[in-house]
Design a protein around this ligand. Structure first.
Ligand SMILES: C[S@@+](CC[C@H](N)C(=O)[O-])C[C@H]1O[C@@H](n2cnc3c(N)ncnc32)[C@H](O)[C@@H]1O
Length: 219
């Protein structure tokens, strides 16, 4: 078992809905999630939310340019301690952190203030495990924080919503049906690209959305 899987499993057992997975994402999934940022030109501001033990953080740290800024948000104190030690204190983001270009935000992502702040938001949040009001809050927060032409990338396990809707537990079925309506609507309207990553436990879709059109209507 990879070393990062041990703290992950421990945190999953302590807070299963919040953590939403028993193992970290594979490198293949992490690379698919950072794809739009990896292809960008010019300075960019990036927000990673739900970083866990940092498989996506590691890939971001590998390609961050000197003119870019990155915020890494993680609600869980134990995961935040792992991220601080591995990436921010002496690891690959240490120079950027000292220069004020990389920040670790140990807080719920809903508490991040401001609007139109980021060019890329890359999320590991397990939306399919959350209650519908929390999903609504988080999606509103992502749309608030993303610049009008920004890209929101996230993953969901392949067929997760369909499988959970077959649950014998009526409460789970109702919850997932509501979450599925919220997430499905967003995908239908705003998805610009997606990749199916088979080398991940379990296989997952990396999805990329752009809300440009909806933000222009709001203005
Ligand atoms: C499925 S794990 C993904 C971890 C990592 N990105 C990966 O791909 O392996 C979800 C992560 O989101 C974090 N999380 C859950 N709710 C959050 C919130 N409201 N704000 C920030 N992080 C949150 C959990 O603590 C957990 O680390």
């Amino acid at each position: 078992m990879a070393t990062s899987s041990i703290p992950f499993l421990k945190r999953f057992l302590a807070a299963p809905q919040q953590v939403g997975s028993i193992v970290p994402s594979s490198r293949g999934l992490a690379r698919a999630l950072i794809g739009p940022y990896a292809r960008h030109d010019g300075p960019a501001r990036v927000l990673e939310v739900g970083a866990g033990t940092g498989p996506v953080t590691a890939e971001l740290a590998r390609i961050i340019c000197p003119q870019d800024e990155i915020d890494v948000c993680e609600i869980d104190d134990d995961f935040a301690a792992v991220l601080r030690e591995r990436y921010f204190e002496s690891g690959p983001l240490a120079d950027a952190a000292r220069a004020g270009r990389a920040r670790l935000l140990n807080q719920p992502m809903q508490a991040i203030e401001g609007e139109d702040r980021y060019d890329y938001i890359i999320s590991g949040l397990p939306l399919n495990g959350f209650e519908p009001p929390l999903v609504t809050d988080i999606l509103a927060c992502i749309q608030r924080l993303l610049k009008p032409d920004g890209t929101y990338s996230y993953f969901e396990y392949a067929a997760a919503r369909r499988l959970l809707r077959w649950s014998i537990n009526g409460k789970t079925r109702r919850r997932v049906t509501q979450v599925s309506a919220l997430v499905g609507d967003l995908i239908e309207r705003y998805e610009i690209d997606r990749q199916l990553i088979l080398v991940n436990v379990p296989p997952a879709y990396a999805r990329h959305l752009r809300f440009e059109e909806s933000k222009q209507h709001e203005a």
